[in-house]
Design a binder for this molecule. Sequence first.
Ligand code: PSV
Ligand code: MN
Ligand code: MN
Length: 388
Amino acid sequence: MSEPSAVKDALRNQRIETPSWGYGNSGTRFKVFAQPGVPRDPYEKLADAAQVHAATGVAPKVSLHIPWDRVEDYGKLAAHAGSLGLELGAINANVFQDDDYKLGSVTNPDPRVRRKAVDHLLDCVDIMDATGSHDLKLWFSDGTNYPGQDDVAARQDRLAEALGEVYARLGDDQRILLEYKLFEPAFYTMDVPDWGTAFAHCLRLGPKAQVVVDTGHHAPGTNIEFIVAFLLREGKLGGFDFNSRFYADDDLMAGAADPFQLFRIMHEVVRNGGLDERTGVAFMLDQCHNIEAKIPAVIRSVMNVQEATAKALLVDADALGAAQRGGDVLAANAVLMDAFSTDVRPLLAEVREEMGLRPDPVAAYRATGWAEKTAAERVGGEQAGWGA
Ligand code: PSV
Ligand code: MN
Ligand code: MN
């Protein structure tokens, strides 16, 4: 177990990045339930994100999705973020919503469509230059639905070529974060279905390319914490898209469905140096809130990540090491379970009070009256992209 003050420092210093699309209306393909007071543009999404940061003190960064967050002047948007005490975080390049992308974006068999997709990725690097963002987050919906539909290996060649062109355009302090997903929207093959594929492309690209682990993108039962430990060991874990799943890519609140899994992931992060800022692991949320109020749901998710982190920090590393070296399976497991079973809410409340915050972030947010104010002022809120 780290010193109590070191645990507190680590909790104070951890940054959790929230997604602009988490503040917009969203739903499933069956229904989008509009909520009152939802932001009408990226500026208002930032204003909502600032509420999350004000209540938690650890969420100053906001990821954008382009074109969902298209604005005329990205420098102005970044300045607006700055005026709210925020920073713009990862730029997510969206190449999955044009009709042109029916058969893929960067892996499309048509070179014209590939060019269009790569140009969008390059535009996103221009946006990063304007916003001061360091991360280009790439998730491709590309894949095939039927055996024989396209040449699976040729699609990998096209992907490698596109990634290579974008990588060459990155500035010194910019990186590609490549995200994988097992299935959906393609059902037979995805072109980046798993961490191995993402890892291989990132390895070939070089040090400025790393893998993103979206916790909702695996087959049921996948041991995500193993992937995390492996990627960290290789210096290739760029960050997380945290969310919860019961069945598929549910995008529910992080830590809601399986807090034990989140703890196991954070244990590997802590144990393998991933909380050290120099490792560069981005703790991002990628979730949407279909039926629950959005800002408190984001706050709750931030708190859930903090609780898992706190428990991971409380693991008695000396006792764990001794049990592991001694081959004492039950003792080693007990060390982890003791940490997981600890109620860390009082510790986090203390950390917040020491930061000058209220101990309960959800109550702090409710006390601001922001929900009532925006419900009265904002009419006709935006849908968060595709209802994802
Ligand atoms: C795809 O399912 C994904 O996880 C990617 O990160 C997208 O950018 C995001 O969802 C859109 O919500
Ligand atoms: Mn994601
Ligand atoms: Mn997803």
